[in-house]
Design a protein around this ligand. Structure first.
Ligand code: SAM
Length: 236
């Protein structure tokens, strides 16, 4: 869903600039540049209005959290949300107005401990599947950025996108360590931090899929074949 343009967005963002990370001239390889200390780095791609990033970083004050979001207007809301918590938040989150496509120029290989993809856009229209943030090209980027032992965590309400993601991982020769089709009825609910979309979908009685993948030691990125089931994919 496209967000309505925020009035005075640049002025509003300027007031919250302490919560922003500037585009680096060379890839970030530690928390020192933006947080002034060494710490495990966690990254969310497609952070939306920032609720998950604010809450997850607050619950884990020892880590440093980057939240990437390509919509400027979403980042205005996310940074304002962080600013509203400034008296109680440990200050370990930064937002970046960037696209996932820029990840290799933003972060150095092997520097991230955890990556979160929450309710990524399904790109349901026929022929658009390569834009999904769990398409093999993106998964390979995440695996490259993760440290050995690092994890990728993906949540979605969308059955088709979840099935697609499992297929992409299988094509790359990667096996997830956790898969659940009903996160909120599973043991993984404990410690789960809900995103804005998740709260909405759960209130509608929808089930949430989740998977976790540990960084594989090897993976392949098979060339894409025209998909026989592209027609079905348009119905995600
Ligand atoms: C469906 S919303 C989910 C927002 C949030 N994660 C949540 O669960 O509430 C998907 C978000 O991903 C962002 N997004 C989509 N493609 C992206 C990309 N290539 N790079 C960065 N952000 C992206 C969109 O702008 C949107 O804010």
């Amino acid at each position: 869903m496209r967000m309505r343009k925020k009035k005075n967005g640049p002025v509003r963002l300027e007031k919250c600039k302490a919560w922003l990370a500037e585009k680096p001239q060379s890839p970030i390889d530690s928390a020192v540049r933006d947080f002034g200390r060494e710490a495990p780095l966690w990254l969310e791609v497609g952070a939306g209005k920032g609720g998950f990033a604010c809450q997850m970083s607050r619950a884990n004050p020892d880590i440093c959290f980057y939240a990437l979001e390509r919509s400027f207007d979403c980042v205005v809301l996310a940074a304002e949300q962080a600013e509203a918590q400034k008296d109680t938040h440990p200050g370990n989150v930064r937002f970046m107005v960037e696209s996932a496509d820029e990840l290799p120029s933003l972060f150095a290989p092997g520097c991230i401990d955890r990556i979160f993809l929450n309710f990524s856009d399904p790109w349901s229209k026929k022929g658009y599947y390569k834009r999904r943030l769990t398409y093999r090209r993106y998964l390979a980027m995440y695996f490259t950025l993760l440290k050995e032992g690092g994890t990728l965590c993906f949540k979605t309400d969308n059955d088709g996108l979840f099935a697609f993601t499992l297929q992409e991982l299988a094509a790359m020769g990667v096996v997830p360590s956790v898969v659940t089709d009903d996160l909120h009825a599973s043991v993984y609910k404990e410690g789960n931090v809900e995103t804005e979309y998740e709260t909405h979908f759960v209130s509608l009685g929808m089930k949430i899929h989740m998977l976790t993948v540990e960084r594989p030691t090897t993976w392949c990125v098979p060339p894409d074949k025209k998909r026989a089931n592209e027609e079905q994919e348009s119905n995600l």
